[in-house]
Write a protein that binds this ligand. Structure first.
Ligand SMILES: Nc1ncnc2c1ncn2[C@@H]1O[C@H](COP(=O)(O)OP(=O)(O)OP(=O)(O)O)[C@@H](O)[C@H]1O
Length: 355
């Protein structure tokens, strides 16, 4: 299979010795929307710049449509990059800004004008075509940046926190537009963000990074349901991680570990030492069903936010865990602080991972 983009063991060490990215492997199919998500400094932008060709790579290879582009300059790659600050030329008109990439490529004038007109129309930018770029609003500037990135008809659009400068409202609107646009054009998008909701809401797959290393590459739902590492379990959603000793397999894809709170069964081999339980996997039960994991504690805090009840349950040893339940249930409404609570967990929603 030929991928639109393939990173093979890509790494970057800056000249001052900073290891920004190590052994990054990724395969992206045509038309996929992939987000790089992780805390500041984890190497997202460095990776994106290596894909664009703005940054030399220290080791590994970058392939695009089956071609090795590791040493190909940015303007000869089938990519276009959109930066957080949009990098527009303030003294140039909107039209000149959008035409810039085509001019760099030496596109003949008639073809250039045709393409620019079409894209200005698509982004409703025609009324501002002759205005200087610095005389426009944030949302309009963001559209120019997108138009400028797309006018060169890239196979792969690289976006480095393109919505970071927008206020929350506009951000939401443009997120929707971006998703629609990507579907419509069928272009591969690689998107860098440190906003979790953005990565999880927009992309087909998310690459979670920490300290220059890929922690997990999964569809958004999978990151919630099956975190693969302690970092992801901590970073995505709201999970409780129980530590224990391996107890071996429990058959059909399940394993068990022995924790201070009893035996935990979950998806795994049984050679792991951590059991991850999402906050919404807990139920409040009178006594539980035979297969359920049962935990006994007391209610420490309760907060009802709309339809969701956020509970803090205190387990023996003063361990507080986060539990999310439906706020409508009578047993949630009647609980008072200090009341004993029994939690039930279905092993199918528990994931065993290595420390
Ligand atoms: N030119 C450079 N020289 C040396 N170190 C650098 C350089 N650029 C980035 N770094 C370092 O490389 C690491 C990764 O940086 P990078 O900008 O890729 O992270 P990031 O995940 O995009 O962060 P942010 O979300 O803050 O933009 C950081 O430790 C950073 O300090």
């Amino acid at each position: 299979m030929v991928y639109d983009l393939e990173l093979i063991s890509v790494g970057k060490t800056y000249s001052d010795g900073t290891v920004a990215v190590s052994d990054f492997d990724l395969k992206v199919e045509k038309g996929e929307f992939v987000a790089f998500l992780g805390p500041s400094g984890c190497g997202k932008s460095t990776t994106l710049r290596m894909i664009a060709g703005f940054e030399d790579i220290t080791n590994g290879e970058v392939m695009m449509m089956g071609r090795n582009v590791t040493h190909v300059p940015p303007e000869k790659r089938p990519t276009s990059m959109i930066f957080q600050n949009y990098a527009l030329f303030p003294h140039m008109s909107v039209r000149e800004n959008v035409a810039f990439g085509l001019d760099v490529k030496g596109t003949p004038k008639a073809e250039r004008d045709r393409k620019v007109d079409r894209i200005l129309d698509m982004f409703d930018l025609e009324p501002f075509a002759d205005r200087k770029a610095d005389k426009l609003s944030g949302g309009q500037r963001q559209r120019i940046a997108l138009a400028r990135g797309l006018v060169v008809e890239p196979e792969i659009l690289l976006l480095d926190e393109p919505l970071g400068a927008l206020d929350a409202n506009l951000r939401r609107i443009i997120q929707n537009e971006l998703k629609l646009l990507q579907r419509e054009l069928g272009i591969t998008f690689v998107f860098v963000t440190h906003a979790q909701s953005e990565a999880l809401g927009l992309s087909d797959r998310v690459v979670v990074m920490s300290n220059g290393v890929v922690e997990q590459i999964s569809p958004p739902r999978e990151l919630y349901r099956r975190p693969a590492t302690p970092f992801v379990a901590d970073f995505i959603g709201s999970n409780t991680v129980f530590e224990g000793t391996p107890k071996g397999t429990a058959g059909s894809g399940f394993g068990q570990i022995d924790t201070p709170y009893g035996i935990m069964t979950g998806l795994g081999q049984g050679n792991e030492t951590l059991a991850v339980v999402p906050a919404e996997a807990f139920r409040i039960v009178p006594m539980g069903t035979p297969n359920e994991i049962l935990l006994h504690g007391t209610l420490a805090e309760r907060q009802l936010v709309g339809a969701v009840g956020h509970l803090k349950i205190r387990l023996p040893g003063d361990r507080d865990i986060a539990v999310e339940v439906s706020a409508d249930r009578p047993e949630v409404r009647t609980l008072t602080p200090g009341a004993p609570v029994t939690l039930g967990v279905d092993p199918a929603s528990v994931t065993l991972i290595h420390a």
